[in-house]
Design a protein around this ligand. Structure first.
Ligand SMILES: [Zn+2]
Length: 626
């Protein structure tokens, strides 16, 4: 009797929770007729059929009345997995862009993902600094810099006395590009990625390929066991790799590079997709907080890309490509400029589509392949023009079209409904400091150089001449520990003193020493972000936080924008799942970016990454009760 009562009580507790099935979003409406967007691709209906007919299989009753079990693998058929997983990272995409530009998106891109998929509306980063390399690493390792070791894009190495870049590896050689661009690998990433785990789970039969203009946006997501990773080299306008992966670019990559796509994109001026007057979601075209391109007087449309990128006549490239001749010799054009235009994303999309096709990803029976794709021109454009610029809006409208191309290609490649896709960002961004000031909003620019100068002058005045500060990076101060030892100064006392000097400077919310942080590893407040971002062998001695809205830069940052803080504008990112076994809907539950990798692990029935600290988001998985 007691037991029955207990069970009914349990039921009462459990069932209301189960009844909260996420509501399906209404299918996106067609774009308003007044908007001259080209006819968007019609979304293909998602296949309702699964690989195995589920009705013939009688599911076993869940043991112990626990409805939390994920959908079990079929007892009498092959294991059900998606044919393809595509992870999409949009560099610097703030959560609110999904809705800020909603009315101007077509139906085949962002709106298709939202309409047919599942959106987590409150997905945040849980560490600082919110930069590209830590962001991408967190998405794919399911953990934070404290565990995966990627504490910044760059960090100071005490053993060498020099900073290192997150994917630097002088033990490997460039393949297809310049040494500076190509000597890269994931060796500094300390834990496995979800892509590594897929390779391990399938005895290395799954193909895992990373694609991004930025090296770190390709290498870190693709993991240590990647089949390939490609990134862009602006010196020759090519997608390249390193000997970590292969000794020679595949023939199809060489042919793609020889076709001169980057030069072709730069042979046209950048004009807006819609008439300029329709960009009512953005600031005026010519405002003080945008940075013009080098060689430009004003940051306004049209941006004359052919002139700005150099003087190679467009016809030359086309002729070379037609004759099968590789562009060779010294660069005659600044092909790096494409990064800072929306066409860097289009080029990335072109290359991703070619990767899917040439590598037959998602087409091998019984295999699950993984394309780790990152669009980074959104970040370059955002840094240059800020979050409210027409340039930024236009870049997202164009990305939306590229996404529609990509989703249509994924449908063709793997079959409708057979691919699992997620989309998120590696961090958000603040508004431009001068924009904030112009609108009397809190925020502004803080010069890292000025903070450092004040700090070092104070230390010299108190302790005598010497290079007390070795580096100032990622809102962290690296102290000269050998000098302290030489002068018999106690490290912890000195850290306290530096923290106190920093706290006295304007717009610094908080400064905490590494010693204090480690002694009281915090799970709440600002220190939680710092604890999660702190890996002792690579992190600094004192960590500081700027007031909300304040951006750090080499000089006084008033124009353009940046990111890196633990404030909402930098941590809040979109998180969408779409496709294979994804339950359509949305949730406003607070979730973290580290939850993505273990969620993908649950979809695939594979191990989560080695350092995983995330929790699977079960409400997104069809036939699974959270
Ligand atoms: Zn980024």
């Amino acid at each position: 009797m007691k037991r029955i009562l207990l069970l009914s009580l349990l039921n009462m507790l459990i069932w209301p929770a189960l009844a909260q099935v996420p509501t399906r979003r209404p299918a996106p409406a067609a774009p308003a007729a007044t908007r001259p967007l080209p006819a968007p691709q019609k979304p293909q209906p998602q296949a309702q059929t699964q690989t195995q007919p589920s009705s013939q299989v009688q599911a076993l009753p869940p043991p112990n009345h626990q409805p939390q079990r994920p959908a079990p693998a079929r007892a009498n058929g092959p294991l059900a997995r998606p044919r393809l997983v595509v992870g999409i990272v949009v560099d610097q995409m703030r959560y609110d862009y999904l809705y800020r530009y909603w009315n101007k998106f077509g139906v085949g891109g962002f709106r298709r993902l939202l309409g047919e998929g599942f959106s987590f509306e409150s997905a945040h980063y849980n560490f600082v600094p919110t930069y590209t390399a830590p962001g991408h690493s967190s998405i794919y390792t399911g953990t934070t810099p404290a565990t995966n070791g990627i504490v910044g894009n760059n960090w100071f190495v005490r053993e060498t006395g020099r900073p290192t870049y997150c994917t630097d590896d002088k033990t490997v050689q460039a393949v297809g590009g310049s040494p500076a661009a190509g000597q890269m690998s994931p060796r500094l990433l300390l834990s496995t990625t979800i892509t590594d785990e897929l390779r391990l789970a399938t005895n290395f039969q799954s193909k895992v390929i990373g694609v991004c203009i930025k090296d770190r946006g390709s290498i870190l997501p693709a993991g240590h066991a990647a089949s390939a990773a490609y990134w862009y080299d602006g010196t020759n306008g090519a997608f390249i790799t390193s000997t970590f992966y292969t000794n020679e670019l595949p023939g199809w990559v060489q042919r793609f590079n020889a076709a001169g796509h980057a030069a072709r994109y730069l042979s046209q001026p950048w004009t807006t997709l819609l008439p300029l007057a329709q960009y009512t979601e953005s600031s005026a075209d010519d405002v003080a907080w945008e940075v013009p391109y080098k060689g430009e007087e004003k940051p306004v449309f049209p941006h004359e890309l052919p002139r700005l990128s150099g003087s190679l006549p467009a016809g030359v490239v086309a002729t070379k490509a037609a004759s099968g001749e590789k562009p060779s010799g010294a660069p005659t054009q600044n092909l790096d400029l494409i990064r800072s235009t929306p066409f860097g994303n289009s080029l990335t999309c072109d290359f991703a589509l070619e990767t899917l096709r040439q590598e037959q990803m998602g087409q091998r029976p019984g295999q699950t392949d993984f394309l780790a794709l990152s669009f980074s021109s959104t970040d370059y454009v955002g840094h240059q023009f800020g979050t409210t610029a027409i340039e930024t809006e236009d870049t997202y409208l164009r990305l939306d079209r590229d996404l529609a191309r990509l989703l249509a290609a994924i449908d063709r490649q793997a079959g409708a409904g057979q691919a699992l896709v997620f989309l998120t960002a590696d961090h958000g961004a603040d508004q431009a400091a001068a924009f904030l000031q112009a609108h009397r909003l809190p925020g502004g620019g803080v010069s890292a150089a000025a903070v450092r100068d004040t700090l070092t002058r104070t230390l010299v005045r108190r302790h005598g001449p010497g290079q007390w500060v070795l580096d100032f990076e990622n809102q962290q101060v690296y102290l000269n520990r050998p000098l302290l030892a030489q002068k018999s100064l106690k490290l912890t006392d000195f850290q306290d003193e530096v923290a106190e000097i920093l706290r006295a400077q304007p717009h610094i919310t908080q400064a905490i020493t590494a010693t204090a942080l480690q002694a009281n590893a915090s799970t709440t407040g600002l220190n939680r972000y710092q604890t999660n971002g702190f890996y002792a062998p690579r992190s600094g001695d004192v960590l500081f936080v700027l007031d909300p809205g304040y951006l750090e830069g080499a000089g006084p940052v008033l124009r353009g924008t940046t990111h890196g803080a633990s404030w909402a504008y930098d941590t809040h990112v979109p998180l969408l799942f779409w496709g294979w076994h994804v339950r359509p809907g949305e949730s406003s539950r607070a979730v973290e970016v580290v939850d993505i990798a273990p969620t993908v692990a649950r979809f695939l029935h594979i191990q989560e990454p080695s350092g995983n600290s995330g929790v699977p988001l079960l409400e997104v998985i069809r036939n699974t009760k959270p």
